[in-house]
Design a protein around this ligand. Structure first.
Ligand SMILES: CC(C)(COP(=O)(O)OP(=O)(O)OC[C@H]1O[C@@H](n2cnc3c(N)ncnc32)[C@H](O)[C@@H]1OP(=O)(O)O)[C@@H](O)C(=O)NCCC(=O)NCCS
Length: 314
């Protein structure tokens, strides 16, 4: 009998330092009014000395605790990040060591679609029987690759981590996943380093990214619903990548999903890239909105571009 990959625990962690739009007004030619109206973001968390692994560790411990699992119960760690602490070893390997786990661990890079890609990968290991419990983490210190003099990107990106434990379940769990990549879009959203040992900063054609995000994410949501023989009425909660409130509104409108069925954390978290979906999921689970048995739709798109969706019963 087939095993499903079911979420048994969620966790998140945000660094304590809050940077509000008013704080950004002091260093950039921008305003709280502009940022709020164009993006929906009011504040974001930014690391001071914390590493990507530090954030991942706290989120992972929270998820393991909810799942009532110990590090030794975990068969695999997949950590999605755009901002690893080192070129090598993988941040996942450092996390494995700090957790006291002994399983294989690897990083996965699909920028803001990273969590969806990591979940889909983890799903395959559980469904084919090669793992029973997998820790899937999205952790980012995007502030390290932001050009803090560029008002079109500095207002968007932020730091944080989210994690889930996926466990083998005979009855339900992930029902559908769909992934896409198209490197033709590299120049629309990329980091401008030329060599591997240069850090570089984010460069983005905002208008272009906006339109592509709405189109690709609406299409993948529609495709997911069709493949699952569902309509948006079957979705209890959409937990989208938190990039821009206007992108999320446009997608919800296109798939006819009321906004009160969307988990939104954008106002307080900003765009935390691979961390944004598991962060929003953890908020929705811990405040009691997301309940066992709910049908959830995750979807995300990231730089250059990769995108995809996961439909799961919680
Ligand atoms: C970046 C983004 C917020 C810009 O909003 P927009 O409505 O498209 O605004 P535009 O780029 O058309 O710029 C409009 C004006 O605001 C200005 N502007 C840009 N950033 C500004 C800021 N932070 N504060 C004030 N003005 C700003 C522009 O210079 C432009 O001025 P002009 O009309 O004098 O030329 C929006 O395009 C966006 O969110 N795109 C998607 C980005 C994204 O989600 N990336 C991550 C994907 S994972």
């Amino acid at each position: 009998m087939k095993n499903f990959a079911r979420i048994t625990g969620t966790g998140s962690y945000l660094p304590p330092k809050i940077v509000t739009n008013f704080d950004l007004e002091k260093t950039l030619d921008t305003s709280d009014e502009w940022i709020t109206a164009r993006t929906g973001i009011k504040e974001r968390r930014i690391v001071t000395s914390e590493s990507t692994c530090d954030l991942a560790l706290e989120a992972s411990l929270n998820a393991l605790s909810m799942a009532e699992k110990k590090p030794e119960d975990i068969d695999l760690i997949i950590l999605s990040t755009t901002t690893p602490d080192k070129i090598f070893p993988a941040t996942a390997t450092m996390l494995q060591n700090r957790l006291g786990a002994s399983c294989p661990a690897f990083d996965l890079q699909a920028v803001c679609a990273g969590f969806v890609f990591a979940m889909s990968n983890a799903q395959q290991y559980i469904e084919n029987g090669s793992a029973k419990n997998i820790l899937v983490v999205g952790s980012e210190t995007m502030s390290k690759i932001v050009d803090w003099t560029d008002r079109s990107t500095a207002i968007l990106f932020a730091d944080g981590a989210g994690a889930v434990v996926l466990s083998a379940d005979k009855n339900t769990g992930i029902k559908h996943s769909k992934l896409y990549s198209d490197g033709n879009y590299l120049s629309s959203l990329h980091v401008n380093n030329n060599r591997i040992n240069e850090l570089g900063t984010i460069e983005m054609e905002g208008n272009e990214v906006f339109k592509i995000a709405v189109n690709k994410l609406s299409e993948v949501a529609e495709e997911t619903l069709t493949d699952c023989n569902m309509t948006s009425e079957n979705i209890d909660w959409m937990v989208p990548h938190q990039a821009n409130i206007r992108i999320i509104n446009a997608i919800a409108k296109r798939i006819k999903l009321p906004l009160d069925k969307v988990i939104l954390t954008l106002d307080k978290h900003g765009n935390t890239s691979a961390a944004s979906i598991p962060l929003a999921l953890d908020v929705g689970v811990r405040d009691g909105r997301i309940k066992k048995g709910d049908t959830l739709l995750f979807e995300g798109i990231g730089g250059g571009f990769s995108w995809g969706s996961i439909l799961t019963e919680f």
